[in-house]
Design a binder for this molecule. Structure first.
Ligand SMILES: [Zn+2]
Length: 288
């Protein structure tokens, strides 16, 4: 992946240095909240959240420097590699803003460590990267890519980072176009709404890979075939069947929330090869 060295970055929707072990949890303020969130894997499991109380997201504890705020041009990636995430975020919002009528950007991309209060409850790094529809923010734990490499064997490259970001922004797109609510009907299994939603997010990620470098004023200059291979390998590494096989030694289709390795790779490629979000209709697809 090559970045466009002449591009500016807009860090206004990116935050880092949030989270921490303690901190104030302000309860209330968000009444009647439906507690769903959509993660990269492990599904929408409220048990992964520490608290079920609605939280006031303005109380997010800041423990470190918000270094992403200083990412104002692509050249800043040289001195602060985390600026890559601002580049992905900017590119994703630019692309989806150009194809989804009335699109509003995700409220914030939040890089945190430890645990964090979100509009969907208190989350820890154990949840993995996720999108919270209640506050329209994408959350990513700073240690995630190390985990991905060590536990899932997916080598961390910019393409893998971008795939994870693009998947989560895919959930934001679903939220914008009104299909994410389907997931709250609940249920797991190979044909569930959860799996269809996750595979669509993978497909949307593929669509972005196909289009990111066409935006000549955007921060992504080139996506290579190796990038696509990296992203495919990451999608394979986090399939439900593979994770189940590795953790329990058996595959249970009834508890799937994200789809198999083969399905995740298939839908990522579907999006990439078509370059068209309309090709990502996992909701009416007969075979996933
Ligand atoms: Zn997801």
């Amino acid at each position: 992946m090559d970045f466009n060295e002449n591009a500016d970055l807009d860090p206004s929707r990116s935050t880092s240095g949030a989270g921490g072990g303690g901190g104030r949890i302000a309860v209330g303020g968000v009444g009647g909240l439906v507690l769903i969130l959509v993660a990269l894997f492990f599904g929408i499991d409220p048990a992964n959240l520490l608290g079920n109380q609605a939280v006031d997201t303005t109380s997010t504890t800041t423990t470190g420097q918000n270094t992403l705020q200083k990412c104002t041009t692509v050249k800043d990636i040289e001195t602060n590699p985390q600026c890559r995430f601002v580049a992905y975020q900017n590119s994703l919002d630019r692309y989806w803003g150009s194809v989804v009528q009335g699109y509003t950007p995700a409220e914030q991309f939040v890089m945190f460590s430890g645990q964090i209060q979100t509009g969907c409850g208190t989350a820890t790094s154990a949840v993995g990267p996720f999108y919270c529809p209640a506050d329209e923010k994408v959350y990513l734990d700073e240690s995630f890519f190390t985990t991905l490499q060590q536990q899932f064997g997916a080598t961390s490259t910019p393409a893998v980072e971008a795939y994870v970001m693009a998947h989560e922004y895919g959930h934001h797109v679903q939220n914008q176009i009104g299909v994410l609510g389907q997931v709250s009907k609940g249920g797991t299994g190979a044909d569930s709404a959860a799996v269809r939603s996750e595979l669509q997010a993978d497909c949307f990620a593929g669509v972005w890979f196909a289009n990111a470098a066409k935006d000549t004023k955007g921060p992504i200059a080139r996506i290579t075939e190796q990038d696509i291979r990296d992203a495919r390998a990451a999608a394979q590494a986090i399939g439900d069947d593979k994770i189940q096989q590795n953790t329990t030694g058996r595959v249970d289709r009834e508890s799937w929330t994200h789809g198999s390795s083969a399905q995740r790779e298939k839908w990522l490629l579907q999006g990439y090869r078509s370059g068209d979000p309309n090709s990502c209709d996992t909701w009416s697809a007969r075979t996933l």
